[in-house]
Design a protein around this ligand. Structure first.
Ligand code: ATP
Ligand code: MG
Length: 239
């Protein structure tokens, strides 16, 4: 029996028009199928279109061409309120900037993601505490984001993204500006969590060391996806 493709992207494009400067094909005729449960990493240099592609897949942005089917739903056919529901129920995001709520503690940031589920407060706190434990941060539960290191903030963002057990997790530079050791720890946490819960993960990054922590690796360059490294476009020093 074949595994279901939870993400199906066909001929997807996003073109920005910049007046006199002309067009930027941020995403250019991309086709991609991601089987359920896969941890896919897309590696590409700055400006190659990684964030744009993730935002399109997660329904945060609208394509100028092509089609996205997420868990059987064609995103372009959904109303704005249906899209909001799909994002809330099916998709977890870790943004390039962590986007934590600055006045909420680590625990409250995770708990906030569970608020729309209608789960009672004591269960929300219990689950949020478990999630913080799963990223090794139970001892920082009451710290505000400003009182956490960058790696710790990233771990809170990951715990938050996993909170409502989304079918699909979209991680934009999950290792951000972290040092290699912390970055590898973050990837291990994401990989383990996705395997434990059977979630599909698409992570985009320019950190070459992700190679060891993923089920499948693709390369993005100039808005296009490649299954092999497009040698002439990538500088070995970076990847
Ligand atoms: N709102 C916008 N208007 C015009 N051009 C844009 C806009 N957003 C992104 N772009 C352009 O689209 C291209 C892809 O941008 P994107 O943010 O997807 O790249 P990226 O691969 O995520 O880069 P980085 O690794 O630096 O985060 C870039 O050339 C960028 O300048
Ligand atoms: Mg980006």
């Amino acid at each position: 029996m074949s595994t279901k493709n939870i993400i199906k992207v066909s001929n997807l494009s996003k073109t920005y028009r910049k007046g006199s400067v002309g067009e930027v094909k941020a995403v250019n005729e991309v086709c991609l199928e991601v089987p359920e449960g896969q941890f896919l990493t897309i590696l590409g240099p700055s400006g190659s279109g990684k964030t744009t592609l993730l935002n399109l897949i997660g329904g945060l942005d609208k394509p100028t061409g092509g089609k996205i089917i997420l868990d059987g739903l064609e995103l372009s056919k959904l109303s704005e309120s249906e899209l909001v529901r799909v994002r809330r129920e099916k998709v977890g995001f870790v943004f390039q900037a962590f986007n934590l709520i600055p006045t909420f503690s680590a625990l409250e940031n995770v708990e906030a993601a569970l608020a729309p589920t209608g789960m009672p407060k004591n269960e929300r706190l219990e689950r949020s505490t478990e999630l913080l434990e799963s990223v090794g941060l139970e001892h920082r539960a009451n710290h505000l984001p400003a009182e956490l290191s960058a790696g710790e903030q990233q771990r809170v963002a990951i715990a938050r993204a996993f909170a409502n057990k989304p079918r699909v997790l979209l991680l934009d530079e999950p290792t951000g500006n972290l040092d290699t050791k912390t970055g590898k720890e973050i990837l291990k946490i994401c990989h383990r969590a996705s395997k434990d819960q059977g979630q599909t993960v698409v992570a985009v990054t320019h950190a070459g060391y992700v190679r060891g922590y993923t089920d499948r690796l693709l390369f993005m360059s100039d808005g296009k996806l490649f299954s092999e490294i497009p040698q002439e476009e990538f500088e070995e020093s970076t990847y």
